[in-house]
Design a protein around this ligand. Structure first.
Ligand SMILES: Nc1ncnc2c1ncn2[C@@H]1O[C@H](COP(=O)(O)OP(=O)(O)OP(=O)(O)O)[C@@H](O)[C@H]1O
Length: 605
């Protein structure tokens, strides 16, 4: 993936990128749109035809005034001219209509490609890989559009080429020297356009991080997406001015970088335009002089050169800038494909069933990508089938990291993790089928309560009874029955009635969702009571056995009340397990756990 410097893409790689882009682009473009584009090839001859018709029409009018021609011929030519203009206009409208449809398809393709990428890539890219999210945004804004539009860009270039050749032919016939002058004076504009594309890419990639940061800060300030939850924080801690200032500073820096290129090329392009217009006027003067010297050339020649020279300048610019744009787009396309090629998780096709899900960590060391220090420093532990284990420890001691490795989100640097004798890294699908997890940052889905719960297991019928029997175990049934629509009540910010749940209610729904997964034999709960009130927490503890059934259960909690009802407590410190035993054993041991427990007890008293 390219970053701030302009990547040099080799010839073979360029061909590969073009081939890939075309195949996507053809799929993105609908059949009707493709037909319209192909009709553009004959339509590309219209500018030349119009120039020729104009010449004949002007000549016929001139002859008419001199009494040398019939009026019928002039009418016929006028009719043909009107028809040509009509076809040209209709074609332009059809192109506009289909280009809107293409834009919609393109947007859909890009968004799908990004979703596929984020759902398949190795998890480390999502959380840790530097710039990954910025690159996603960059590709969404620039790369995808170029990939999806690549075939259209080439079709346009071929159309311009047809127009260019036909107009050139007419002009050479009329006056070769004038043609050469027109062609030569188009060259500066072409060179400028190639340079501009190159500079634009450099400036855009250089500003990629600022661009992403500016969107991020704006979303925070505007309360978009999940940021709506921190609006209170923003207001009461007076954070709005800070976010606004930061957003302004970053977006101004981003804009300044972009404007440097724009300013430079506005100046250059104005000079190139002045040159082109000067030459155009000179060409017209030359042709007027020739007709004045030799009236037999006819006024039609003036009409022809007037039209064709203008067309020639426009089409030459379009042709060469179009071609320059296509080749200038290759680095953007490469970035898009690099993203699509980011290493994906390796999921087995036929996951085995894990019957005896003993969990074994053997001397596991782990360092987060780009982190200078190890987070887990030699974890060795066995959790037997059906055991209920609580993990406790200070903030940052490695508890969630332990869970992330157990879930196969990361691979250990050294050591091994097995579940039911299967290596976690090689059996991701089997392990995911075996686990049911409630993460600290659980999802809140904008749909009905029923779907929020049943989404975790499509193989299970989402009947009222199935939903309620799981919900009952942690008291979520009361949330459901309090809704006007029962389980079919839509919840969330976007729901019809704006009926949103509280943080604790959402947490209960997330817990019910985890229980709804029928095949899961291991349940992992990361801070499952963080948003629950004391009564709800006590209810969960009371129903713990029913709630977790015979499933192996691993539970992270800072509230040590839970440790009394589990079989075993693991105490983490600085990436190691420093104490391991039942609540009673650890209290007798008199170590870190006892200290933590007593501090908490004292606070309650
Ligand atoms: N995605 C990440 N990339 C880099 N470092 C990380 C990442 N996640 C956590 N860390 C670091 O790893 C260490 C352990 O974090 P972890 O989240 O496992 O701790 P924890 O015990 O669960 O903490 P808490 O009780 O606060 O939830 C911390 O120092 C943290 O900064």
């Amino acid at each position: 993936m390219s970053s701030s410097s302009h990547p040099r893409v080799g010839f073979r790689e360029t061909l590969g990128i073009i081939k890939r882009a075309f195949s996507i682009s053809i799929r993105t473009k609908g059949k009707a749109s493709m037909l319209v584009s192909i009709l553009g090839f004959p339509a590309a001859l219209l500018p030349a035809a119009i120039a020729l018709l104009l010449r004949s029409f002007t000549d016929s009018i001139q002859s008419l005034t001199q009494g040398r021609a019939e009026i019928r011929q002039s009418f016929m030519l006028l009719g043909l001219l009107i028809l040509s203009y009509l076809v040209q206009t209709l074609y332009a409208q059809a192109q506009l209509y289909f280009s809107e449809r293409d834009t919609f398809n393109t947007q859909r393709f890009i968004k799908e490609a990004i979703i596929d990428c984020t759902s398949h890539v190795e998890y480390k890219y999502i959380e840790n890989e530097s710039d990954f999210r910025e690159k996603l945004l960059f590709s969404e804004q620039f790369g995808g559009i170029r990939v999806a539009g690549s075939i259209q860009q080439v079709i346009l270039c071929v159309q311009y080429l047809i127009s260019f050749l036909s107009i050139s032919f007419i002009l050479i016939e009329a006056n070769t020297v004038l043609f050469l002058i027109l062609l030569a004076t188009s060259i500066p504009a072409v060179i400028l356009s190639i340079m501009q594309k190159d500079d634009e890419y450099k400036s855009k990639t250089k500003g990629m991080k600022d661009g992403a940061m500016s969107v991020h800060l704006f979303y925070i300030a505007a309360g978009a997406n999940e940021h709506c939850r921190s609006m209170g924080d923003l207001r009461f801690n007076n954070i709005f001015p800070w976010v606004k200032e930061k957003w302004k500073a970053v977006s101004e820096r981003y804009l300044r970088e972009k404007q440097t290129v724009t300013k430079k090329y506005v100046l250059y392009n104005s000079i190139a335009d002045l040159l082109r217009n000067g030459v155009y006027i000179a060409v017209m003067l030359i042709i007027v002089r020739s007709i004045y010297a030799d009236p037999a050339l006819g006024l039609g020649l003036f009409a022809l050169v007037y039209t064709a020279a203008g067309q020639m300048q426009t089409i030459t610019a379009k042709l060469f800038t179009g071609a320059a744009r296509f080749f200038g787009d290759i680095p953007y396309m490469k970035d898009f494909f690099d993203l699509q090629d980011t290493a994906a998780e390796k999921l087995e096709n036929r996951p085995v069933t894990i019957d005896e899900p003993d969990i074994v960590f053997e001397n596991v060391h782990f360092t987060y990508p780009n982190s200078p220090e190890e987070t887990l420093r030699g974890i060795t532990v066995t959790i037997r089938k059906g055991e209920k284990v609580a993990i406790v420890g200070r903030n940052g001691s490695g508890k969630s990291t332990f869970i992330a490795l157990l879930c196969g989100l990361y691979k250990p640097d050294t050591g091994s993790i097995t579940i039911g004798g299967r290596n976690a890294a090689d059996h991701l699908r089997a392990i995911r089928n075996t686990l049911s997890v409630v993460f600290q940052n659980f999802g809140r889905y904008e749909t009905t309560i029923r779907e929020n719960i049943a989404i975790s297991d499509s193989s299970r019928a989402a009947s009222d009874e199935a939903i309620l029997s799981e919900a009952r175990k942690i008291g979520a049934d009361r949330i459901i029955s309090a809704q006007p629509g029962g389980p079919d009540e839509e919840v969330g910010r976007f729901s019809k009635t704006g009926n949103n749940l509280s943080g604790g209610q959402w947490q209960k729904i997330a817990l019910t969702r985890a229980m709804f997964r029928s095949g899961a034999k291991i349940m992992i709960l990361d801070e499952p009571t963080s948003a629950l009130d004391p009564m709800a927490e006590a209810e969960l503890y009371r129903n713990f056995a029913e709630f977790t059934e015979d499933k192996t259960t691993i539970l992270i909690s800072h509230r040590l009340g839970i440790t009394g009802i589990v079989d075993r407590v693991l105490v983490f410190e600085d990436g190691r397990i420093i104490e391991d035993g039942s609540h009673a054993e650890l209290m007798t041991l008199g170590g870190v756990y006892k200290k933590m427990y007593e501090v908490q007890l004292q606070n309650y008293r």
